[in-house]
Design a protein around this ligand. Structure first.
Ligand code: SF4
Length: 232
């Protein structure tokens, strides 16, 4: 991933760019600009952003510089690069990350990635400490657990996060197994599937199992706004 791309010419398909507060992860609650790229190679059963891939269409196509300009128009100093799968455009995704990292006022860029894309090339080609990865490890209920790129677990750094979206006992047990087997760096996040596992039930399991490194991850945007509301 070494090819230099011209940010004034290279384009990416997008769904939306908007400012809100981050709803998840260790940056939850901070004002954040969301950059949602279009497209995803997975089809998780509980996906709540189905509008970000086919048969829907991209809402716009912008150059990398145009995306950076739109991000700069907001006051937030944090960016969430999400999708869909924001890393599926490989060199173009990396070029966007480098352009966002070059914005002086931005202090944190967290990338929500599906776990199916190798993050190692991005760790090499995107040198900025501002950029962190939130890898979503897909569990059996998603229907996509077979697509996980397991070497990602060894790439995670302390500033990264490993998210497990949990709907069932089987999901919970596999999440525990992954943590015990790979002992990844990065903060493990356990997130209940909205409407399928009660948060209190997940809390009880975390405490019973003594998972003292695990952080409960609630999607606070679904509490603040309607669960299916877009652009918030
Ligand atoms: S990886 Fe994310 S965007 Fe893609 S189908 Fe799964 S939940 Fe939806």
């Amino acid at each position: 991933m070494t090819q230099a791309l011209d940010p004034t010419e290279v384009t990416l398909p997008l769904v939306e760019i908007f400012e809100t507060v981050e709803g998840e992860g260790t940056a939850a609650g901070f004002p954040t600009v969301f950059v949602r790229l279009f497209g995803c190679p997975l089809r998780c059963s509980w996906c709540d952003t189905t509008y970000s891939y086919a048969p829907h269409r991209a809402e716009m196509t912008l150059t990398i510089n145009e995306i950076a300009e739109r991000v700069s128009a907001y006051k937030a100093i944090r960016v969430c690069l999400t999708g869909g799968e924001p890393l599926m455009y490989r060199e173009r995704s990396a070029a966007l990350l480098n352009a966002l990292a070059a914005l002086a006022h931005i202090v944190d860029i967290h990338v929500e990635t599906s776990g199916a894309i190798d993050i190692a090339p991005f760790l090499e080609s995107v040198a900025s400490d501002k950029v962190r990865y939130i890898v979503d490890y897909k569990l059996p209920t998603s229907g996509e657990s077979g697509k996980m790129h397991l070497p990602n677990l060894e790439c995670l750094r302390p500033q990264d996060e490993l998210k497990f979206v949990i709907a069932t006992d089987q999901d919970f047990e596999l999440a525990c197994h992954v943590l015990e087997t790979y002992r990844p760096d990065g903060t493990p996040l356990f997130s209940p599937v909205w409407g399928e596992m009660e948060p209190r039930e997940l809390v009880q399991r975390i405490l019973e199992r003594g998972l003292s490194r695990v952080k409960l991850n609630l999607q606070i945007h679904k509490v603040i706004w309607r669960p299916k509301q877009r652009g918030v």
